[in-house]
Design a protein. Structure first.
Length: 163
């Protein structure tokens, strides 16, 4: 099953209105999903719901709101994908909580487009998810001074090997 194509802004607004999601809830969920993708790379929606419950400052949302949002955000251009389980793995049956938030950086093109996902899935196995205090700060991480200095240093390196 191919990933759905993006919808127009007007169509998306109608879907969000029909789902009853306020602008405040949408803004929070955009940031929350981006933080999940940036922090974990790939995470199942059932774990996202558990993390949402552990957050101290979260709006009052129901699980059905989260599920409605995932159905709609699949049709938008975001820095992450929301895949159905059968779009990634060869599973026959799945539920709505089996959807996965996946960072766009982990999805390639062509035959091996999900190879990084499979590697990550093996590495994380059944380890628990860390939930930092400032969880939403991972939605748009800012480069520290040390990271900037390291990037500058590494980009300035040249090879002295004679071929």
């Amino acid at each position: 099953m191919p990933y759905p194509k993006p919808l127009s802004e007007k169509s998306l607004e109608k879907l969000y209105k029909d789902a009853g999601l306020t602008n405040e809830a949408r803004s929070f969920l955009y940031a929350f999903f981006a933080a999940c993708a940036n922090l974990y790379g790939m995470i199942a929606l059932r774990h996202v719901w558990q993390i949402f419950g552990a957050l101290k400052e979260a709006p009052n949302l129901r699980r059905k709101d989260l599920l409605a949002f995932t159905s709609i955000v699949r049709r938008e251009e975001q820095p992450y994908y929301v895949f159905e389980l059968d779009e990634i793995f060869d599973e026959d049956t799945h539920g709505e909580l089996d959807r996965h938030i996946v960072s766009r950086e982990l999805v390639g093109i062509g035959y091996g487009q999900f190879s990084l996902l499979y590697d990550l899935k093996e590495q994380i196995a059944d380890r628990p998810y860390c939930v930092p205090d400032e969880f939403l700060s991972y939605a748009a991480p800012v480069q520290s001074a040390e990271e900037s200095a390291l990037l500058t240093f590494l980009s300035g390196l040249t090879s002295t090997t004679i071929v």
